[in-house]
Design a protein around this ligand. Structure first.
Ligand code: A3P
Length: 350
């Protein structure tokens, strides 16, 4: 897209009156085995991304979101290490301001543009207005309620914005203004098992009798933000773009310092070896697990989650062996091979 060189301004932003792709309700034979959403979900766009019913109301606003050139976006499927990388990015982007990081939970510092597609705004409002709400609950729920699209638009200073949406459902404007975009991917088998455990955290444990149902739904692209391989492929195709950084969780687990340097480089920041030492230590699994600004304990305080040990949980590659047996592995590998045909994307083995 050409810039107006005389004024050096960005071209006028295109505002979409409707989404340039379809949002389709499921048919009777298209329900997942897990009853997580009832009938309240939709298929979005040509790849049929599985979204909650709230997407119908919020999708266009997200797509039309006005980006700023100094924004930083972090994308990735849930359970791909996005909290870890989010904290790393936030700290590097904020000149290692640990004091500021300690003041607020990460979801508030690095808000989700798609937050209210997966958390009910009404429910949070109820919590904030409840007569039994403690001061802490009012504070936490009040912060959630600020994280609307309007709230994000009003934020001052450099914005750090996260999303589990695939790139094709994100605002195209973020690319047009040259904002920095980072994508974090993870071995899909580990992600899947990690996701399954997170049902216990997100109060969804009664949704399933066992892992196999979730495994089947995933292979049939009937879980949130699936088709997973398309999600990652969209980002992989951009991995060499100037303002795009593609990361694997496993690479960070092998060498956190290297990821720290990559991100610093990408955001144009210089870090000394001492600063890297300190950040690496701060991001260590044990410290992270006990760090209440990143371990999502805030969600338990407002009754939206429990058993915080399920969020920052195992913290290393290879967790898939807990739940995926040989037969499932064979099936999974076949599905993966099929879905990765025609691309050189390959996930790290764990
Ligand atoms: P496991 O469930 O396999 O342990 P997300 O933040 O995208 O939801 O990803 C969650 C996964 O990242 C979980 O994987 C979690 O334990 C892991 N994780 C979070 N913080 C970590 C850290 N500091 N070091 C290693 N892994 C971490």
């Amino acid at each position: 897209m050409l810039l107006n060189m005389a004024t050096c301004q960005q071209p006028e932003r295109k505002i979409f009156k409707k989404l340039p792709f379809e949002v389709v309700d499921p048919k009777e034979n298209e329900f997942p085995k897990l009853n997580l959403y009832g009938k309240d979900f939709v298929f979005v766009g040509p790849k049929r991304y599985f979204q909650t019913g709230a997407y119908k109301e919020l999708g266009l606003g997200i797509y039309n979101f006005e980006a700023r050139p100094d924004d930083v976006y972090l994308l990735g499927h849930a359970r791909s290490g996005t909290t870890l990388h989010g904290e790393m990015i936030w700290l590097i982007g904020n000149d290692l301001n640990y004091e500021e990081a300690a003041k607020n939970f990460i979801m508030y510092r690095f808000p989700h543009i798609d937050l209210f597609t997966f958390h009910s705004r009404e429910r949070i409002k109820e919590i904030s207005e409840s007569e039994d709400a403690t001061e802490e609950m009012v504070d936490i729920s009040g912060k959630y309620l600020e994280m609307t699209l309007e709230g994000l638009a009003e934020r001052k200073g450099r914005r750090f914005i996260k999303s589990h949406l695939p790139l094709s459902l994100m605002p195209p404007h973020m690319f047009e203004v040259g904002a920095k975009v980072i994508y974090c991917a993870r071995n899909p088998k580990d992600m899947l098992v990690s996701y399954f455990h997170s049902f216990d955290f997100f109060l969804m444990k009664n949704a399933t009798d066992g892992f196999k149902d979730y495994f089947d739904d995933f292979n049939n692209d009937l879980t949130w933000n699936c088709p997973y391989f398309e999600h990652v492929k969209e980002a992989w195709e951009r991995r060499n773009d100037k303002n795009f950084l593609f990361l694997f969780y496993e690479d960070t687990m092998k060498d956190k310092r290297q990821t720290i340097r990559k991100i610093a480089d990408f955001l144009g920041k210089d870090l000394s070896e001492n600063e890297i030492d300190k950040l690496e230590d701060y991001l260590s699994f044990e410290k992270f697990k006990n760090n209440k600004t990143v371990n999502h304990v805030h969600m338990t305080k407002i009754g939206m989650a429990e058993d915080v040990s399920r969020f920052i949980r195992r913290g290393k590659p290879g967790g898939w062996r807990e739940l995926i047996d040989e037969e499932m592995e064979r099936e999974f590998n076949q599905v993966m091979e099929e879905k990765l045909k025609g691309t050189d994307l390959r996930f790290p083995e764990t």
